[in-house]
Design a protein around this ligand. Structure first.
Ligand code: GKR
Ligand code: MG
Length: 416
């Protein structure tokens, strides 16, 4: 089996104004859909970020993939390192972490290669990753403060404005009622820390048995984080990225027993080693879109096990091909100790045959068909590609978008 062509289709998906510490989601989120064609007629699928730098890096890589054997992932990596040697990162300058273009492109194409491998031998991707330890994966309800969407031309709003602790608890009730989630994560760093503490305490009251987390994305100084921890002791299962940077996380970690998680200060293997040495975090978030693909996530799990750290799973706004990859990785990661993140309930469209999947008790079954176990709905892809052309949004820029809602907004991390 040899690669003959790789098609990269950017799509835009209606989104709603979910807030985080650096800004707010735009009216659409962007994804790239990858179809890797081969000389035996099989097509491998992948999905990744769709913003300008990722798209440009994918387009630079594609001409180098001719004749690739999808079983030879080392050759894939070698080819990408040759074409993207110093391609830099893919995120907007206002993002809080960056990911190397070569890792992001590798991740997306590895996903497609694994899909092809599985399709060729009739086995699911999780078998190629060492075998599944679970056939269902549990997700947490991902809660956001949000604005009421101003411009409805590219898609509807969900829930209207949610900017107070009580409104957030109502959002959580909606999410739990609709999807059955058994744990909850709040994207914090949006309201003042005291209001976010109040929110978590109200969530605890409303959901006495749900594990709770908050992720302010580096919005707090070490003293502020210590104050929050003091008020929320016994309430949180872990605290994600309270402070910005490895130094601040290590300084905080030395002063608390609260488990600290991250998807901002540990995004490369070298940083796992540094974080373990400094005991800066105790939980690392895995993600097949930047940890060098699904196989990289399995390596991450093993390195974390060896260094006494735990693993959770990170998410960005995504569609069903990514969801399938996340499910296979989660199934094959023995020490995935927590419910996974997903933005999926905030998404109203999908690109896979059968449409959006429904959670049961906050969980989804792991696909059992060959490869990723999903097929593209080509009409849906064409529709969302047309939306991409119409939306005229080529990059993710939460900070700039925030000015539409708060004209005086200044990005400041940490803010409190
Ligand atoms: O969707 O606004 C968002 C999140 O902030 C996302 O971009 C983060 O990558 O969810 C992510 C996180 O856990 O930091
Ligand atoms: Mg995070």
């Amino acid at each position: 089996m040899r690669v003959t062509n790789v098609r990269v289709t950017p799509v835009a998906v209606p989104d709603v104004p979910l807030a985080n510490t650096k800004g707010v989601h735009q009216s659409v989120f962007l994804r790239s859909v990858i179809e890797m064609e081969t000389d035996i007629g099989l097509v491998g699928l992948g999905e990744t970020y769709g913003a300008a730098r990722t798209l440009a890096a994918l387009r630079r890589a594609v001409p180098r993939l001719d004749g690739l054997d999808p079983w030879n992932l080392r050759d894939l990596r070698r080819r990408l390192e040759a074409v993207l040697p110093d391609a830099g990162g893919v995120n907007a300058p206002t993002a809080l972490a960056d990911h190397k273009a070569v890792d992001v492109v590798y991740s997306a194409l590895e996903m497609a290669c694994l899909d092809l491998q599985g399709k060729q031998i009739g086995r699911p991707v999780h078998d190629l990753l060492g075998g599944a330890v679970r056939d269902r994966v549990s997700f947490g309800g991902y809660l956001f403060f949000k604005f009421a969407k101003q411009d409805l031309t590219l898609g509807p709003d969900i829930l209207g404005e949610v900017m107070t602790p009580d409104a957030l608890v109502d959002e959580a009730r909606w999410m739990v009622a609709d999807h059955g989630f058994r744990s909850l994560k709040l994207k914090g760093g949006v309201l003042e820390p005291d209001l976010e503490i109040e929110t978590m305490l109200k969530l605890r009251e409303a959901f006495p048995d749900h594990p709770l987390r908050i992720d302010p994305m580096g919005a707090w100084t070490v003293p502020t984080a210590l104050r929050v921890i003091d008020r929320l002791s016994g309430v949180l299962e872990y605290l994600e990225d309270p402070c910005r940077g490895m130094d601040a996380m290590a300084e905080l970690s030395a002063q608390t027993d609260m488990p600290l998680a991250t998807n901002l200060v540990v995004v490369e293997f070298e940083e796992v080693i540094e974080a373990a040495r400094r005991d800066a975090v105790q939980i690392v978030l895995s993600d097949p879109h930047y940890w060098r693909g699904p196989t990289g996530c399995i390596h991450l799990g093993e390195i974390c096990r060896a260094s006494g750290m735990k693993v959770a799973m990170h998410s960005n706004s995504h569609l069903g091909v990514s969801l399938a990859a996340m499910l296979h990785v989660a199934a094959a990661t023995p020490n995935l100790n927590y419910d996974c993140d997903t933005h999926y309930p905030w998404t109203t469209r999908d690109i896979v045959v059968g449409g959006q999947r429904a959670f049961e008790g906050g969980a989804l079954s792991v696909p059992s068909g060959p490869g990723l176990g999903v097929e593209l709905d080509h009409d849906a892809v064409a529709d969302l590609h047309a939306l991409y052309n119409r939306a005229m949004v080529a990059d993710r820029d939460d900070t700039n978008e925030m000015l539409k809602y708060l004209p005086d907004f200044v990005r400041k991390v940490p803010r409190w």
